[in-house]
Design a protein around this ligand. Sequence first.
Ligand SMILES: *Cc1c(COP(=O)(O)O)cnc(C)c1O
Length: 432
Amino acid sequence: MLDVAYAWDRLAMPRSLRHFEAKWADRANPHSFSGVWRFHELLPFAPREQCVTVGEGQTLLHPSEGVGKYVGLRPGRLYLQYEGMNPSGSFKDNGMSAAFTHARMTGATRAACASTGNTSASLALYCSVTRLMKAVIFVGSGKIAYGKLSQALDFGALTVQIAGDFDDAMARVQEVSRQLGIYLVNSVNPFRLEGQKTIMYRVLEGLRWEVPDWIVVPGGNLGNSSAFGKAFRELHELGLIPRVPRLAVINAAGANTLYRLVEQEGLRWNHGAPSESLIRKFYDDMNAEKRRAKTIASAIEINRPVNLQKCLRALEVCNGVVREVSDQDILDAKAQVGAGGLGCEPASAASVAGARLLVSEGVIGRDDRVVCVLTGHQLKDPDATVAYHTTDQELFNKVLGSRGVRRAAFANRAVAVSNNLDEIVKAIHLYG
Ligand SMILES: *Cc1c(COP(=O)(O)O)cnc(C)c1O
């Protein structure tokens, strides 16, 4: 694993974070408009004029009364950082703009990734908009939500469907990239994480540069959580924030490597030397038992998170905790988010389900200021949403029942009416 480190003492640094707000006045300039490059001084690995942007990071921090109530917080304490508003519909664009910039600096002509869907959608979008590189994406067979696959295909990426799951595709793309000299943009790529730091800068900006008590984020490959920890550690060391928030990383119960290693096995960062034997034994057991990741939240259906070590560091820096939530809890939380009007894909709702769990445990206080990151847009995975709200029991069983989901507590069912004016009017009176 490589890590990006800066010689901060040799770089010009603004005295206060308010400096970045001032860039709004200059938003006709694409680098000031970008929600990533607006913070260039905090990720200064490339000259500003070389930074690639497609207008990523125009995302907002929304207070949500409804979701806050569901989570169990007092009014005004819950915020949703809505990363679904990125050009390709997920937070991945934050990291892609940075990795893509570095790829261009190296003179790459092709870039590749293995993906549960959103990284490939993002890479494909950057390639098609900028025409700087060709995209090669690896997906597991039958493991990608249609919203995401449709983007990769539409944007013209070479799409290689491997007979296997994400962990298989991940292993192969690393071999292929090495052999063919293709630039790899998976979150093993440290520049991705540089771009993803800016999600937290925008959260702080949304809170008028105040530090929240908790950041809650779903954990898949653990790039986001790692990036968030790095962002806060650097800001704190630079004296730009007075304290760091606590971090909660939420696994799906069907893909809970981090949860088990940290909360059950006691794995820690340990000054940069986490117990390798503990990790090795965990994966050996996983292989022996042929355990495969399985969750409706396909974006976090990952059993071998590549950023495990960096995430341990983030948990250390932010006094973090890890929890697991069931697919049932994820979908109920997702319905609550949707009812609040933003809408997210299943993986994103793990953050809300996790926050609710932590409030019920008393780990998060009811008065704490909590930010849940909504990582991807609702339209990424319409199948899961429709199956949740459906009256068609067969569809429900096929998509959700097979994942152990038994009920849809917050289903908003369509009302079937014959094609008859009186019947329609009657139905509206009855249900409206
Ligand atoms: C990639 C992704 C995740 C997982 O993020 P990691 O950085 O891999 O932990 C969660 N939600 C969505 C929507 C994603 O696309």
